[in-house]
Each structure stands twice: as structure tokens, then as C-alpha cells.
Design a protein around this ligand. Sequence first.
Ligand SMILES: [Zn+2]
Length: 301
Amino acid sequence: MLFKERKTSLECALLKSLNNRMKLHEKDIQYLRNLEKGDEGERYFDSLTAALTCDCFVLNDLRLSCNNATFQIDALMITGETIYLFEVKNYEGDFYYERDRIFTKNKSEINNALLQVKRCESLFRQLILSLGFNMPVSASVVFVNPEFTLYQAPLSAPFIFPNQLKRYIKDLNAISAKLSGKHRRLAEKLSSLHIEESPFLHLPKYEYDQLRKGIVCDACGSFSCAVKGHAMICEDCGHAESVEAAVLRSVREFRMLFPERKITTNDIFDWCRIVESKKRVSRILAKNFNKFRGGRWSYYE
Ligand SMILES: [Zn+2]
């Protein structure tokens, strides 16, 4: 049973939007690609745990803290007998293992997944003990990409490889121990301790004036959109969307990028660019938001 779901990554959405609207450094673009790839892997693993039939609580994406150290768990599963922690990796290609570390074929070390998962397990054990729960904990790194190969991995490493995943899930489904109120209390406690990280932490600096204005096509991300009657048509891919839906989508993007700014007709008119009149923008805002009077301009919430 899914107890805590994974939110869509706001950080990823922000970077995607910025990538459309300004020139990002190569390192930011690489960071975005890694986020997208990681998200994709986690979603795939979520689809597997969502189909589990054994008695369990699944908590996705937990950020916890113990003894002033913060740690992140991609997926956690509480069963009647054991707590499972999973670090999900969507690496693709050939890698090799040497002295507790993972390297790409051209010898550059990638994010140390093994160290990460060991640290996570140790901090998690301390945390649940401090909360008064004493249960066995098992932590693993799950490699979900079918195109992943790791040479020289020792038998003892807590790795689950793509071609083992099906069998692993089958074994989990065979767990017969039932959950009790104690397990529910633990799941509730862990959910309540989750720390939300600011999505703006690793973003490049940006300002309103720097960003390219206009509505982007929902299907292909192109700026070449034109308003024809009630519809907005993409000139690159032909995708059609109602003007209202497109404006509201742009308002959501504006809010995400500038959470501190108020939504005014002037701003949204400027932000969307392709809608021909302020009146039309104002009508759409009035229909979908509550209007407030403040200072010189009215704003919407
Ligand atoms: Zn398009």
C-alpha cells in the first residue's frame, strides 16, 4: 500500500522552464538531464512497488535527519518483519566496481551509491531506535536501467540488478508477516518527519527581464504558437490547446518561477505575449482566480 507518494520534482520543472527561456550553463543542463533520468528511474521503480501484493507500506522520497545529518531515501518499504530502503539508480551503459566504488569505463568515478546507501542505512537505524522502534533494516541499491552492466561486482554487495528485479519483487510478495498498528505509527512518524528541500537551492540565478516571454507549446516546447480564435496552435507540431488552458498553464509556470510575485493582468499579458489584448487575459484571470484590490493594481490568487 502506498503510504507516501513521490511529488513531481519542482526543481526539475523549474530547470526545464529556465532551459526553455534562457541560456543555461552546460553544467546546469547536465544537472537537468541527470534529474530527468533519475526521476524516470524512480517512477519506473514506483510502478513496481505499486503493484506489490504483500502487506506493506511504501513511502517514496523521504528526506530525514538524525544527529544533525540529513539523508535521503528514494523508496522505503515497511513489512511485518523488515524495513527495506532502496537507493534507485538509472545508470545506463558499462561500469566497473573496484574497492567499494563504481567507475565508468573511462575510469571516472560516479556518485558513490554504495557509500550513500550504507550511510543512509546507519542513520536510519539510529533514527528509528531514537523513536522507539527496533526492527531489522535492509538497504539496497536498485539499478533499474536494462542497459546497465556492472563488471566485477562482489556477491556480497547490496545490489539489485535490472535482470533480478522481477524475481526480487516476487520474493517480496511472498512475505507473509502482517502489518500492525506499530508499523502504521512508524509510517506516520516517518512521513511527518519528512523535510521538504527548497527547489531553488541548486538553480542558477535568474530574473524576470532575462527570461524569454511567450507561451510554449505543451507538446513540443516550441515558442512558435499563434492564437486563432479560441485556440492556440503550435506552428511547429500542430498541437492545439484552448487559449484559456494555455494562459492558465503559463500562469502556473510564472507562479512557479516567481512565487513572490503577485499575479496581475499586466504581468501575465507581458508574460504570455501572444494573447492580443489585456482584456482577454483579464477575463481569463477573473474567471479562474479570485480578484483582490491592492495598491495601484488588482491582483489574482
Ligand atoms: Zn508544438
